[in-house]
Design a protein around this ligand. Structure first.
Ligand SMILES: Cc1cc2nc3c(=O)[nH]c(=O)nc-3n(C[C@H](O)[C@H](O)[C@H](O)COP(=O)(O)OP(=O)(O)OC[C@H]3O[C@@H](n4cnc5c(N)ncnc54)[C@H](O)[C@@H]3O)c2cc1C
Length: 409
């Protein structure tokens, strides 16, 4: 019998497991992948991961985990309109290395991690409390019992549905992203320290494409597609690499895709309840992802930490009921995540109606003055709007000035 079972050893599960193990409780984390694996991701780790104390920047730097420190975000429309907004300093990581760093910390703290074990179901006790999981591996199906189960198994989590925390996603609840790591990126190009986003319905339908710089002339490139799609996301990614503006960023002789993959990302915000008797859901499993930009590493780590704190409290008093675990939901709500997601969803849904034209209008508005530019920065970078409550000036200026322009034909 374990104190806590965690399904999924990504950022949410690994950080959560390390905090609980550090407090002296026995934790087992299962992951279906053969570890270490590289979760398909842009690898953009926002500054508020560090300023909120979720990870220690200096430690990551010393451990050589940070591929690139960036200073701003560059946005480009389909007609070539450009906007640069300063960021508090986003870092870029390789998820294969970053996730393993987090798992190593969990192991150091005393957590057990077992890979190639898929959590396929939850187990309930006579009082209907969740008190374990069923795992499947090459030797068959086994039942593992624990006082608390934490779902950290990402967008495809089945146990959050079985536990009654949320409904199954519908197709509109997620976008499909394709991502590639490339060599041959020209590090001396003017934007070599910028997170770069390209908004063009022909390249990334209803979403965006990106280039995030890495070290040694490498970069992470990707596209998202949402709702309509004539082709697969990977076909769109290949289309991105053929664009003249993209070709200027690479040395064609050295250009090589050395890894690529596709993966869904939940983009409708948190749906359902994130706790129940003996159970909590964290990270992507519950939809903790910013709906415009698709950033979810911050909230995976944040919810991992907050769920760990609530689990420790419950373990101390021996009460794993939803009455006690509800504290987890109250605590993440204080960060204004729901309000931030709702605001971003409203903006995004208005934009995707006619994304190319609307995005050009948005850039024009942002370029009118410094204040507008900063507000757009906050909306895209998501930092301030998601940590704490959204600044009311942001909402009122955008709703009074920008939205009417977007709505006007
Ligand atoms: C292409 C793409 C680009 C992205 N880019 C960014 C970005 O640049 N910045 C950012 O902040 N966010 C980005 N995101 C979102 C980010 O990847 C996620 O929000 C983040 O990884 C969530 O962490 P997590 O631990 O909740 O889930 P995950 O990282 O998905 O980890 C879940 C873990 O659970 C395991 N698992 C799954 N099912 C089971 C099971 N049944 N049993 C056991 N284990 C299981 C998986 O193998 C995995 O290791 C991107 C997402 C995608 C798809």
């Amino acid at each position: 019998m374990y104190d806590v079972t965690i399904s999924g050893a990504g950022p949410a599960g690994a950080l959560c497991g390390s905090i609980i193990a550090k407090a002296g409780y026995n934790v087992i984390i299962f992951d279906k992948a053969k570890l270490p694996w590289r979760k398909p991701c842009g690898g953009g780790v926002p500054e508020h991961v560090y300023s909120e104390g979720l990870l220690n920047y200096d430690e990551l730097k010393r451990a050589n985990i940070i591929e690139k420190d960036t200073k701003d975000m560059y946005l480009r429309s389909n007609t070539g309109k450009e906007l640069i907004v300063e960021t508090p300093g986003e870092t870029v990581v390789d998820r294969k290395i970053f996730d393993q760093y987090l798992r190593d910390k969990a192991l150091d703290a005393g957590a057990i991690i077992q890979d190639q074990k898929t959590v396929i179901d939850i187990v309930r006790d006579d009082n209907d409390y969740i008190n374990g999981v069923k795992i499947k591996d090459s030797s068959g199906v086994k039942e593992i019992n624990s006082n608390i189960v934490i779902a950290a198994d990402g967008v495809g989590s089945k146990i959050v549905v079985k536990a009654g925390l949320r409904k199954k996603w519908t197709q509109d609840d997620y976008a499909i992203c394709s991502v590639a790591l490339i060599e041959g990126y020209i590090e001396s190009e003017p934007l070599s320290n910028s997170m770069q986003l390209f908004i063009d319905d022909n390249i990334a339908p209803n979403s965006y494409a990106w280039l995030f710089p890495m070290r040694d002339n490498k970069a992470n490139i990707g596209v998202g597609i949402w709702k309509k799609s004539k082709k697969r996301a990977m076909d769109y990614l290949m289309k991105l690499t053929q664009q003249p503006f993209f070709k200027k960023k690479i040395d064609e002789k050295k250009f090589k895709i050395f890894w690529k993959s596709s993966y869904p990302i939940p983009i409708q915000g948190v749906k359902g309840r994130t706790y129940g008797d003996g159970v909590m859901g964290i990270g992507d499993s519950m939809g903790f992802v910013a709906p415009i930009i698709g950033e979810g590493i911050f909230s995976a780590l944040l919810t991992g930490k907050l769920a760990a704190q609530s689990a420790i409290k419950a373990l101390k008093i021996g009460d794993y009921s939803k009455k006690i675990l509800k504290e987890y939901q109250r605590n993440w709500a204080k960060f204004g995540l729901k309000e931030g997601y709702n605001f971003q969803k409203m903006m995004r849904d208005m934009m995707v109606d006619n994304i190319d034209e609307n995005f050009n209008k948005l850039i024009d508005w942002a370029l009118e003055n410094e204040e507008n530019r900063k507000l757009i920065g906050e909306m895209f970078v998501s930092g301030t709007s998601l940590v704490g409550n959204i600044p009311s000036e942001l909402i009122s200026k955008i709703t009074k000035e920008l939205l009417p322009r977007i709505k006007s034909k």
